[in-house]
Structure formats: structure tokens, C-alpha cells
Design a protein around this ligand. Structure first.
Ligand SMILES: Cc1cc2nc3c(=O)[nH]c(=O)nc-3n(C[C@H](O)[C@H](O)[C@H](O)COP(=O)(O)OP(=O)(O)OC[C@H]3O[C@@H](n4cnc5c(N)ncnc54)[C@H](O)[C@@H]3O)c2cc1C
Length: 856
């Protein structure tokens, strides 16, 4: 074993081997993988080997699609077969709600170039004859699904990596990790110590323990998972003989079951409600190539449904039951990337679908290590998306919830209950007493809307407008016409101070830093000129800045700030989390209300739009920003938690004469729509440039050099390819949720819209519902051509909803720049729940287009 390497990858499961392969392919060959035992000694060897491209997050779905197409490449390079069976798969809907869910998934797939198709139960049965179609209302066919040999695939990655120069050391547990002052890692193993520049944690079942070696508690937990294999079944053999094809994979949401052909019988696995964590605190180091004791009682309810839905399987004898553990993060997506607070310590763990995601994870992580950027939007699997609140117990509750709901519908207005409340502000009980419906905002309880007295404060979950509609509308109208107060603790807040603070922020941000007592809004870019942040910055004093951003991105941004912090100690950054909380008041009467609470002049002349001031509000020391996300006259008031109740009661008391109301996040988000304001991680993400994101006025090319300036200048000079735009949608009773395709009827001479790869043009009837094609029944995925002048998918929705004050359904999204410039640039339609709805680009905000109210 060599004693030095650029990278040590810990763990030889499918993920570690993929990371090793991609690093080698990227040109880093002084790399080694160290495995405790043999390759595939964690969860990889007993996987069911299924793969698919669908994922709730389209960006993760893209990486899954990459993984599937990679298998041919590693087979060729390694000479090792992955035993790939690209059978295609069918998802079965047992209810109209589940069919809506499939319509949504199908629509999302359009702009990703996925070739899914909505089919009937009998078409599904033609591909999987074991099912009884009377239990289902419809299905979705996905040609890019199948199964493979998990061990063979892991070995193919490892052999391919070795061919490119990587080294693999087996039977050698890593026992300890220490770091020298110069950043070099000492990887202490049973066979000696390796000094490495980078360490990657691909420890799978032991990733938590490897994290603890460097003082990090990673939010992941292993769950027991069972699947069974039947004896040979005559129905399977007959189907194979009659069609010359293998039966497809099937996912039955109702039964929480996946099943597929395995040799001459079937494999059937469940995600049961009565799920069970494995080794919840410590994973034993001596756990080897072992299986866990099967417990069929636990999965009996799923099997009961499954046997009803697939009667032939009940009759077949069970040959073997596999029960093995594998790991999950609280939301079921992987934990990938550099760990904040450490240098050159990387993660690629909690990969619950290693054979769908392993390739994409390896590619993204190797890009990140080699180029400084993952090359894709990997927010959905970034290890930085979890804060300190994701403790062992939080993770345990959330992983169990996620596992047991793996095949459940998550409605857009659905808040999940596990591990709540985690963080609360001092106003939590008051908000509950005021009938607030609370939501989980990255671990913090936040009011969503308020039910009137006598109405149960509870969401009726739905894909359509629901019971909150009227009440959120009332909150919006009260703010727009009088004044409202809302909690804003769910922002990230930082103080950046020291003699180098201003230069530091100027180097990171695209906008000029404000003068003392003023506020600026500014995006932040990476070296590639892509949006990685959007902040409100106030200059509190010569060397002290207050910075507000997205709370979801607090760790993500801290990681970036720390990476660029000058080494000379001239800049300090403090992240407040809930040690600084806030309230916002907004609406035409907000100024009069604030004036009653303070002993200083807050008239428009004395306290202008975008001013910042430290002042006592209701007797409590506060920082006040004259700015609000409602786009109205309004203020953000920040205080230590000890003062929050005092300020809130002062606002309510003084506001009585103005008819002050409580309003929640949903009203706030509705109001930002009618102002065309973007949100972070929906409209603004690391796949867009600032000009694409229509953030032009916050990018000051002529100021000092800043990170990403060169790339942004190029984007500006060449013109952005896409543009963020707002739409008014003729929406019916369901508004957009995000990720819907945007269709356009482009002029016949308009030749630059790229046809998304693999996209088959669907047909629609006069009511706008999709008409089924026939290719699924044939088991093929023909790509039909698109001629000029036809309707095309030209973009995607990032977010939207109902803008209550202007009484319009609105959406924001990205379309090609040539279609974005004027309101008659094209005819648009947005596909909502399988129906194409007319949409019109809306360039000017519908509420207060001149901004006069906000600036008043
Ligand atoms: C029953 C079952 C069915 C499944 N079905 C599917 C499926 O159909 N499709 C799918 O995509 N996924 C499936 N999975 C999940 C899949 O197995 C995992 O996603 C995948 O194995 C994760 O791989 P990994 O490399 O992250 O972890 P692991 O396979 O756990 O590998 C981690 C490796 O790291 C090594 N290691 C840990 N600590 C150290 C150390 N300190 N020093 C040296 N080495 C160390 C371990 O020995 C191990 O070999 C299934 C899992 C189970 C249990």
C-alpha cells in the first residue's frame, strides 16, 4: 500500500467504486480506495439491483438518467458484465389522486427528455400479466427502467477505475482520521497510515461512524429492507415464450410494493409502514456479508394487498426472503459534497438507490473535487442542506417517516409531522393560540396561514386549491389594504465584520456594498458565473454588515464564505440561526404603526426605502430594514429572541386601530408573485446565470472584480440563452406547483428551440387532456419528430400559485430568451395535472408596477 495519495476514498461499495472511477476518468489518477473487507461488503451485495430514472427532484432525475446510460461504458472498459436488463417499468395508480401524481411525474419528465407514457391498466397488464387490472385506474410506462447484478456492477466500476490508474486496497479498515495544520489528512488504517490531500467518505452502512472520526454527525440511518424471491412460475415462462420478452418491472403504490421478473419467477419487495431501523446509534464494525432475520409479519399488510393485486404471486412458493440494511438521509436523497467546517473532507453517502444514483453521485462529486463545482444543480443531494437540527433522533424519526411514505403521495400543501416541532421561536405558543397552521421551514416551525376562530387550523391536502384558499386571500387583502404582521425568523442571518469585511463582500457579491445605514440586494455567483446566492445586505457600521439570505442555504453559504475568507483574520462571520429572530409588518398603514412603536422619526423622508437603522421598537432593541418581500410599504424588524414577544404584543396592540392582522408564509409567497419577485432555490439556482435569472440590475460589472464576473460578462455579451419570466395562467381550480412544462406555439420560421432529447410528442384532445399513444403496448420508445410550427415544450415552471390580490393564477419559469422579451412573443400553455392551460407572459408586476407603494 502506498503511503501518499491525492485522494483516499473510504469504502468499496457501488458508490465508492463509482467515485473512484469518475475521479480517474477526470484525470486524477493518484487515488486509492480503501475497503474494510471485500468490495460490496456493506449494502451493495444484497441489493435487488433495480434502477429507474424517476425522482421527485428533476435535477436528481437527470443524474439517475446519466447513471443508467453509464453501464454500457463501464462494461466496455472493464470487460465485466453488469447483467443489464433494460426491461422498462410500469407504475400503477389505484386512485384518481395517484393518477394525478403520475400525470405530474409524466409532465415533469417532458422537459428532462424522458419518454414516459400514460397508459391504461390493460396496457400495463399486457406487459406484466400477473396483475389483476380491476384494482387500477391507470398507469405510467417508463422505458428506462430495469435491473442488473449489483456485485457485477460494483466490480465493473472498480475494474474500470483500476484500468485508468486507481489503486484499491482490500481488507484494511480505516480506524482514524486526523488532519495536519497544512490540511493534509492522515488516514490511519490497519495496514498503516496514508497521507492524503482529500478524503471521501463512501462508508455506506458505516458512513456515520466515518463521519464521527472527524467530529461530524451525518444525518443518516440504516433501515431493514425485505424482498422475496419466488419459485419458478409457469405464467412467467409462458409470457417469455409467447412474447420473446422479459416481464417489465412494476411499482404498486397502494401495496407499497415493487416487483419484477427474476429468472423464471418474480422478486417482490416492500416499503412497509411498520418499518424498522437497523443499528440506530452505532453500526457494528464486525457486520460482514450477512443478512438479517426475515420478518414476514412486518410486511404482511403489504403482501396482503400485493397478493390481491397480483394473484399469481400468492400461489407461487417463496424460495427465499432477503432482509438487509441500507442507509437513508431524512428526505431519502443522498448526502454529497464537501462538509462545511472541514477542508477537503467529502461525502458521498446515504445513497439509498445506489444502482439508480451511484453514477450521477460519482460524476457530480468528482467534478466538484476536480473543477470546484459539481457541474449540475445538486442542491437536492447536497450534504449542506441539513443543519445542526438534524440530530440522531431527528434523523431517526424522519427516515422512518420517509421510508414508510416512500410510495405515498406528497401533496404540495402537505406538511409532514415527524420530528416536529424541532426549533420554535418564542412566539410559537402564541401563534398556535392564534389558530396558525404551522409548517416546517428547514427545522423551524413557521406560520403558514391562520384559520379564523371556530375553524380547525388544518390543511386539507390536495393537488387542487384547498381549504386555506379563502383565508390566505383574506390575509393578503388585509395586508394590501391595511397592515399585517408575520414572523420572519426563517431567514438565514449573518454578521460579517472586521476591517476586511467590505472588501470581502465586494469580492463575493455582484452588487456594490451599501453606504452606512443603507441596504442593498445582491446575487452571489460561483466562478462559472452561476447564481449561488441572493442576499439582502445592510451596512450597520464602517466594518460591520448584516447579511440575510435563505435559511435552507445557511450551511451551503457558510461553506462558501469560509472557503473565501481571508487567511489574515481581517474578516469574521457569525451565523445567528435562531439567536436572531424577526417580525415583518407590511401594508399601507405599516409606517403609521411603526411610528407608534418608536421614539424616532420614521416618516418616508427620515427613514427611506432601503434604509437600515438600529432603534428600539416597542421598547426592545431592534434592527429595522425598510424593505419587505410583500413588495408593499413595509419593514423587517430583527431582535434577540428574548424580545420577540414584547415586540409582537406592541405591534398587535398599537395596530388595533389600523386593523392589523397576522399573516403567514403562504400570503407572503402569494404577494411576491404579483410583484414578479423570485425565490431562492426555485427561480434562482446554480444552473442559471444572473442575466438568465433577470437579476440584471443587481449586477454591477463596472465595480471591482468579483467572483464570477468574467463568466457573467460573457453571458451578458453573448446574451442569456434563457430568461426567467412571469406568467398569468388560465388555471382552473389547480395552480402550478413547480416543475410543470411550458409549451409554446413558436412561429414556423423560429428554428432555435432545441428538441429535448428522447422526447416523444404527445397528442391532446380538445379538452386539453393527453391522448394515449400505443408505443408502450409495443414495449418500444419511438421518438417522433417535431415539425416547425408545432407546439413544443420550451421551458419549465419554477414556482407559482394564486396571486390573491390581483386574483390571478401566476407562474414563474424559464423559457428561451427569444420567447421572453415581449408579451406577444409566443402563445404559451402550461401543463397542470395533465391539462394544458393557456398562459400569457407578464413583464410588469401586476401589483404596483412602478414600485411607488414600496418606496412611498
Ligand atoms: C435488501 C436491499 C435491496 C436493495 N435494492 C436496491 C435496488 O433494487 N436498487 C438500488 O439502487 N438500490 C437498492 N438497495 C440499496 C443499495 O444497496 C444501496 O444504495 C447501495 O448499496 C449503497 O452503496 P454504498 O457504496 O453507499 O454503501 P455500501 O454498500 O454499504 O458500501 C460501503 C462500503 O464501505 C466500507 N467501509 C465502511 N467503513 C469503512 C472503513 N472505516 N474502512 C474501510 N472501509 C469501510 C464497507 O465495508 C462497505 O463495503 C437495496 C438495499 C437492500 C439492503
Amino acid at each position: 500500500m502506498k503511503s501518499h495519495a491525492k485522494v483516499v476514498v473510504i469504502g468499496g461499495g457501488v458508490v465508492g467504486c463509482s467515485v473512484l472511477y469518475h475521479l480517474a476518468k477526470g484525470g486524477w489518477t493518484d487515488i486509492m480506495l480503501i475497503e474494510r473487507s471485500e468490495l460490496t461488503s456493506g449494502s451493495s451485495w444484497h441489493a435487488a439491483g433495480g434502477f429507474h430514472t424517476l425522482n421527485g427532484d428533476p435535477n436528481v432525475a437527470k443524474l439517475q438518467a446519466y447513471t443508467v446510460q453509464l453501464y454500457k461504458e463501464i462494461e466496455e472498459l472493464s470487460g465485466q458484465s453488469c447483467s443489464l436488463h433494460l426491461t422498462g417499468g410500469v407504475m400503477l395508480a389505484d386512485s384518481p389522486e395517484r393518477m394525478d401524481f403520475l400525470r405530474l411525474a409524466h409532465a415533469k419528465g417532458r422537459y428532462l427528455g424522458m419518454d414516459t407514457e400514460l397508459i391504461t391498466p390493460s396496457e400495463a397488464r399486457a406487459m406484466f400479466p400477473l396483475m389483476d387490472e380491476k384494482h387500477f385506474v391507470g398507469a405510467m410506462w417508463d422505458p428506462v427502467e430495469g435491473h442488473l447484478d449489483p456485485s457485477g456492477t460494483t466490480i465493473a466500476y472498480s475494474k474500470a477505475a483500476k484500468k485508468l490508474g486507481a489503486e484499491i486496497v482490500l481488507r484494511n479498515p480505516v480506524r482514524e482520521l486526523t488532519q495536519d495544520a497544512d490540511g493534509t489528512w492522515n488516514v490511519v488504517t490497519e495496514q498503516g497510515t496514508v497521507r492524503a490531500e482529500h478524503v471521501v467518505n463512501c462508508g455506506g452502512l458505516w458512513a456515520r461512524e466515518v463521519g464521527r472520526m472527524v467530529g461530524v454527525e451525518l444525518p443518516l440511518l440504516a433501515m431493514e429492507h425485505m424482498y422475496l424471491l419466488t419459485e419458478p412460475m409457469p405464467e412467467v415462462e409462458e409470457f417469455n415464450k409467447a412474447t420473446g420478452r422479459e416481464m417489465v418491472g412494476v411499482l404498486d403504490f397502494k401495496g407499497e410494493i415493487y416487483t419484477r421478473q427474476e429468472r423464471n419467477g418474480v422478486l417482490l419487495g416492500t416499503y412497509e409502514k411498520a418499518c424498522k431501523p437497523w443499528s440506530p446509534v452505532n453500526t457494528p464494525w464486525d457486520f460482514g456479508h450477512e443478512l438479517l432475520q426475515p420478518d414476514l409479519d412486518r410486511i404482511a399488510p403489504s403482501l396482503e394487498v400485493g397478493f390481491r393485486h397480483f394473484p399469481g404471486i400468492e400461489k407461487a412458493g417463496i424460495k427465499q426472503v432477503i432482509n438487509g440494511p441500507f442507509t437513508f438521509a431524512p428526505d431519502g436523497n443522498p448526502l454529497v459534497g464537501p462538509v462545511q467546517g472541514l477542508t477537503n473532507f467529502w461525502c458521498a453517502c446515504a445513497v439509498m438507490a445506489g444502482f439508480s444514483q451511484g453514477g450521477g453521485v460519482g460524476l457530480a462529486l468528482s467534478n466538484w473535487m476536480i473543477n470546484g463545482d459539481p457541474g449540475f444543480d445538486v442542491w437536492g443531494m447536497d450534504v449542506a442542506r441539513w443543519g445542526e437540527w438534524a440530530t440522531l433522533r431527528y434523523t431517526n424519526a424522519k427516515v422512518r417517516e420517509n421510508y414508510s411514505r416512500r410510495f405515498s403521495i406528497r401533496f404540495p400543501n402537505e406538511e409532514l409531522p415527524a420530528a416536529r416541532p424541532a426549533q420554535t421561536t418564542p412566539l410559537y405558543d402564541t401563534m398556535l393560540a392564534n389558530n396558525a397552521v404551522m409548517g416546517d421551514s428547514w427545522g423551524l416551525e413557521t406560520p403558514l396561514w391562520f384559520a379564523p376562530k371556530g375553524t380547525e387550523p388544518k390543511d386539507v391536502v390536495s393537488f387542487h386549491r384547498s381549504n386555506d384558499f379563502e383565508h390566505v386571500g383574506n390575509e393578503v387583502r388585509a395586508v394590501r389594504e391595511r397592515v399585517g404582521v408575520t414572523e420572519i425568523a426563517n431567514f438565514a442571518k449573518y454578521e460579517v465584520s472586521g476591517p476586511g469585511a467590505e472588501d470581502f463582500l465586494n469580492r463575493l457579491m455582484t452588487n456594490r456594498m451599501p453606504k452606512t445605514g443603507r441596504i442593498t440586494l445582491t446575487p452571489m455567483l460561483n466562478e462559472f458565473g452561476k447564481l449561488i446566492g441572493d442576499f439582502t445586505i445592510a451596512k450597520a457600521a464602517e466594518d460591520r454588515f448584516m447579511v440575510w439570505g435563505s435559511s435552507a442555504a445557511a450551511k451551503y453559504h457558510m461553506r462558501w464564505f469560509e472557503k473565501h475568507l481571508p487567511k489574515d483574520g481581517s474578516v469574521r462571520i457569525h451565523r445567528f440561526d435562531q439567536t436572531l429572530v424577526g417580525l415583518s409588518i407590511a401594508g399601507p398603514k405599516s409606517q403609521a404603526l411603526l411610528q407608534k412603536l418608536v421614539d424616532t422619526d420614521v416618516s418616508s423622508k427620515a427613514f427611506r426605502f432601503m434604509d437600515f437603522r438600529e432603534m428600539a421598537v416597542g421598547g426592545a432593541p431592534c434592527m429595522v430594514n425598510r424593505i419587505t418581500y410583500t413588495g408593499d410599504l413595509g419593514y423587517e424588524i430583527w431582535m434577540q429572541p428574548a424580545y420577540q414577544r414584547l415586540v409582537y404584543s406592541a405591534i398587535k396592540e398599537a395596530g388595533e386601530e389600523f386593523g392589523v392582522v397576522d399573516f403567514g408564509m403562504r400570503a407572503l409567497l402569494s404577494m411576491r408573485l404579483e410583484k414578479n419577485f423570485p425565490t431562492w432555490f426555485r427561480e434562482l439556482r446554480p444552473i442559471y446565470g444572473p442575466f438568465e435569472g433577470s437579476m440584471d440590475r443587481f449586477v454591477k460589472m463596472e465595480k471591482n472584480d468579483f467572483i464570477g464576473r468574467e463568466a457573467a460578462a460573457k453571458e451578458q455579451a453573448e446574451g442569456p440563452k434563457l430568461h426567467r419570466v412571469s406568467f398569468v395562467v388560465d388555471a382552473g381550480d389547480a395552480d402550478v406547483m413547480g416543475d410543470e412544462p411550458i409549451w409554446a406555439k413558436v412561429p414556423t420560421d423560429y428554428g432555435t428551440v432545441e428538441k429535448p432529447h428522447g422526447y416523444g410528442a404527445p397528442r391532446f384532445d380538445e379538452a386539453g387532456a393527453e391522448v394515449r399513444g400505443s408505443k408502450a403496448a409495443e414495449g418500444a420508445s419511438a421518438i417522433r419528430g417535431i415539425q416547425d410550427g408545432e407546439w413544443r415544450v420550451v421551458g419549465w415552471v419554477t414556482s407559482g400559485g394564486y396571486a390573491h390580490y390581483v386574483q390571478k393564477s401566476m407562474a414563474q419559469g424559464y423559457v428561451p430568451a427569444a420567447l421572453a422579451g415581449n408579451e406577444s412573443a409566443g402563445l404559451f400553455e402550461i401543463e397542470i395535472l395533465g391539462h394544458r392551460r393557456p398562459a400569457r407572459i407578464n413583464l410588469e408586476p401586476l401589483f404596483d408596477p412602478t414600485g411607488g407603494k414600496m418606496r412611498a
